[in-house]
Design a protein around this ligand. Structure first.
Ligand code: SF4
Length: 339
């Protein structure tokens, strides 16, 4: 066993502290940060850059090289069919940790590292950080004794680097539970500032987002990650098994939806401000009319019929049609269609 380890960094305080503690023991670290379309972390100053930018900032601060690993299309299968269940949303936390650690295990070989360090704290998160689950993750990944959790190490069995004297167990902590008091104290000691991802952020734990994920799994068998990414934008309405409408809620979402339109239909109301909607899945004439009514309903259009522009065809060659639409969709019908 050598004095080189992989540090799993999220950009949050716990991984920052764990990295600092292990670095102080003379261990050379290589940071690995997983990026995901489901990450909701934002820093106070850099909205929307997410925790991966925090992970880069942290690794720069500590002088550690960093490797960024996207949770790719193989991760879709984990969300679809988790082996160990989900939390309050569709978050497959146990499978997710196993997925990440399996990838880290290969990186360990590439980087000639002997063990893995994480900022995990026993009992901090119900699904993946309970003592027995930490053990299960190690067994499933074949990493028994090779995952060092410096913040909770003294509350766990000694790992191989501790047993071999590579790591001095005395210097490690015994934090258990959700209180962050000790971490904040320790951060002050190390003069670590700005810890924006203290609680982490994952859309898969969000019940509203999860409802849309469940809907798409139920209705679309040939999903790709881009389909899941689209769930992050707009209001979603299911018109039939294959057909749905996505309606932007603000300018940013309108642009995001427009960029993802490809060859699908888009709709927008003529002459008054209103949303852009994407109509996916080979709609019938009736479904196009319903989608146009939904778009009209969310525009500034007042009163009776209004004009809605329907665009079809590829980005290079759009075909534009103006539809005259009655503004008569009852609120109850709208609610029934909304996912
Ligand atoms: S909260 Fe999300 S990112 Fe974190 S372990 Fe669970 S599924 Fe994975």
């Amino acid at each position: 066993m050598n004095k080189r380890a992989i540090m799993l960094v999220s950009g949050g305080l716990d991984s920052a502290l764990a990295a600092k503690m292990i670095q102080d023991q003379g261990i050379s670290l290589v940071a690995v940060n997983f990026t995901s379309i489901f990450c909701t972390c934002t820093s106070n100053k850099k909205k929307r850059l997410g925790c991966s930018s925090e992970a880069v900032r942290l690794s720069n601060q500590l002088g550690i090289p960093i490797r960024s690993v996207p949770k790719g299309s193989d991760y879709l299968e984990i969300i679809k069919k988790p082996n160990f269940g989900v939390g309050k949303g569709v978050n497959p936390c146990l499978d997710c940790r196993i997925y990440m650690l399996e990838k880290v295990k290969s990186i360990m070989k590439e980087e000639d590292a002997s063990f893995i360090v994480t900022g995990e704290v026993v009992n901090q998160r119900p699904m993946s950080q309970m003592r027995n689950r930490l053990q299960l993750i190690e067994t499933k990944t074949g990493l028994e004794g090779l995952i060092l959790r410096p913040l909770s190490a003294k509350a766990l069995e000694p790992t191989i680097p501790e047993k071999e004297g590579i790591i001095d167990r005395i210097e490690l902590l015994d934090i258990v539970g959700r209180s962050r008091k000790l971490q904040i104290q320790k951060a002050e000691e190390y003069m670590l500032v700005d810890y924006p991802c203290g609680t982490g952020g994952c859309l898969l734990t969000d019940t509203n987002f999860s409802r849309k994920v469940k809907d798409i799994f139920e209705h679309d068998e040939n999903l790709v990650m881009a389909d899941l990414e689209l769930l992050k934008f707009g209001r979603h309405f299911r018109l039939n098994r294959g057909c749905k409408v996505v309606v932007g809620r603000n300018e940013d979402e309108n642009s995001a939806i427009q960029r993802r339109a490809g060859g699908e239909y888009t709709l927008e109301v003529e002459n008054v401000p209103g949303p852009i909607a994407l109509l996916k899945g080979g709609p019938s004439k009736d479904e196009i009319i319903t989608a146009a009514k939904i778009v009209l309903r969310y525009s500034d259009h007042q009163g009776g019929s209004g004009s809605v522009r329907l665009l079809s065809g590829s980005n290079e060659q759009k075909i534009s049609t103006i539809l005259e639409i009655e503004n008569d969709l009852p609120p109850q019908a709208l609610r029934t269609l909304q996912i």
